[in-house]
Design a protein around this ligand. Structure first.
Ligand code: SF4
Length: 365
């Protein structure tokens, strides 16, 4: 990345004029803009899509259907190798019990996230998702897998990404999220997750998902050992991918962008958590950079109540999670005191409205 010759005031003027910022501008903003500057500039971009006091939320749970995984990412405290004590696969009944509890708590979105389990064929997923659609219909929506798991199961079944996506769509799947992306640079993947996928494979799989008519999203995790340049490369790749989708008639196929923070406890990589203020600055930078993704989400799962300050830094949407074993095993804590969390958003000047993914799944983001 070359050094920006633009000054902070040049970049400020670009944003005010709805011009796109470059990677070099983003680096300059990160290094030189104050928190107040970033907050104000992110607020300007947010206002292109949302009224200033509006925000949305949903109540959801991640269902970790198996913790058996062969990928061995060094930042993961969740996985067990095949045959290792403590490995599990949830039965349909156990999944249904979790979905029933979600509905009882007022939620209607589940995200499935497990490991790269070599004992689970594609049929396991098809039977599970078909059974969920049969039992719950449109009472709830589910994100079937992350792109990372999707790639593994397609490869494992010896199917192209397109055929695997079609098989899942045929049993009622509507969404495969962009989860499992962490930092999308080849160097990061080699350093921490060399058995998972390459960046090129990730976007090829996501493109096949979109071309099949499924919906997807963009995600990111910060706070490992990535450089600011790597964070900006991830944002640049995400923005460019959305540009391609829009140019090819898939307008808004990346429905949202969610960034959360790495939890380092009990992982091989270890480390210390980044501060909330660093997270908020990154959210603001993401909102400014991703000018083609209207919905920017802040992570209550990893930043708890303070995530809601992200609404002041350009975010417009958040989850109230009730479970995610992957992050909880690495140190995340969850509160079911939804009233308190929503009151925090109101105290910051926002009016949170529940966002039903079920009814909105085929609408523009
Ligand atoms: S992060 Fe996911 S893919 Fe990586 S080891 Fe953990 S469960 Fe496996």
């Amino acid at each position: 990345m070359t050094v920006s010759t633009a000054t902070l005031s040049d970049i400020r003027r670009k944003i005010e004029d709805c011009e796109r910022i470059s990677p070099e501008d983003a680096l300059c903003l990160w290094r030189e803009a104050s928190d107040a500057d970033l907050r104000s500039l992110a607020g300007q971009v947010r206002a292109r899509f949302h009224s200033p006091s509006a925000c949305t939320y949903l109540i959801m749970r991640i269902i970790n259907y198996t913790n058996v995984c062969v990928a061995q990412c060094d930042y993961c405290a969740f996985y067990k190798l095949p045959g290792q004590q403590g490995g599990y696969i949830l039965t349909h009944e156990q999944v249904f019990a979790k979905l029933d509890e979600l509905l009882a708590l007022g939620g209607d979105l589940a995200g499935f996230n497990g490991g790269f389990n070599p004992h689970l064929p594609l049929d396991y997923y098809c039977e599970l998702f078909s059974a969920i659609r049969d039992r719950y219909g449109d009472r709830l929506e589910f994100y079937a897998l992350t792109i990372a798991e999707f790639m593994y199961l397609a490869d494992h079944a010896n199917l192209s990404y397109t055929v695997a996506a079609e098989r899942l769509k045929a049993v009622g799947v509507r969404w495969i999220t962009g989860g499992g992306s962490e930092i999308l640079t080849e160097d990061f993947r080699r350093r921490h997750s060399k058995f998972k996928y390459t960046v090129a494979e990730y976007f090829a799989a996501q493109r096949a998902i979109v071309d099949t008519g499924l919906r997807t999203s963009a995600t990111m995790v910060i706070g490992f050992d990535e450089t600011i340049e790597e964070r900006i490369e991830h944002l640049e790749r995400t923005r460019a991918f959305q540009d391609c989708l829009i140019a090819d008639g898939h307008g808004g196929a990346l429905s949202s962008f969610l960034c959360w923070t790495y939890k380092p406890y009990f992982t091989q990589l270890g480390g210390i958590e980044i501060s909330t203020s660093e997270y908020l600055r990154h959210l603001a930078l993401s909102r400014i950079y991703l000018d083609n993704i209207p919905r920017i989400r802040t992570s209550v799962l990893t930043q708890n109540e303070r995530a809601l300050e992200g609404l002041l830094y350009g975010a417009d949407d958040f989850d109230l999670p009730i479970e995610d074993e992957v992050t909880q095993l690495a140190g995340a804590t969850i509160s079911l005191n939804f009233d308190k969390l929503l009151a925090t958003a109101r105290a910051l000047g926002f009016t949170p409205t529940y966002r039903h993914v079920v009814t909105g799944w085929n609408q523009p983001a």
